[in-house]
Design a protein around this ligand. Sequence first.
Ligand SMILES: [Zn+2]
Length: 193
Amino acid sequence: MMGLRETFEVLDGERYALAGKARELLYWNDNSQYCGVCGSPMQFHTNISKRCINCGKEVWPALATAIIVAITRGEEILLVQSKNFRGNYMGLVAGFVETGETLEEAVRRETLEETGITIKNIQYAGSQAWPYPSGLMIGYTAEYESGDLLIQRSELNKGGWYNLRKLPAIPGKVSLARQLIDQVKADIIGSDD
Ligand SMILES: [Zn+2]
């Protein structure tokens, strides 16, 4: 037996995705036992929705949408270490999208909050289901525009600009963070090293 995160390194992509979806649905089932409107028990209506037996309120699994962004400045990339990371490696600026916000606004806001800089040329670069417990991670690349680094100590242990040719420990191959880092590295300095 092992946790879902550990299966990242063990299962193939298809099985990992299935396990993740199952984990998300189990989490949703555990957390939607009663109606948020009237407090009565909820009953399955379809295999991905439930309905209140009293007032008829219907609910579906809710995704927590988060953005993650690879920010570059010439041959450098901005890497940070979140207090949430489970290990001593450096990752990317990331955070949850707030109500009423576009994805691009969330990218700009999280970057400014976590690092004090402004960015430009924000481009969509991919997405990944993130079943911890029910997330959707949406990836972007962007370029530095202005400002000095001011790391948000309440959220991050550290952060800084790193040369793409000399990267510190970064997230594993299966993560969207790693895919974004690999992508900007290939785009900016090629895949020669
Ligand atoms: Zn109800």
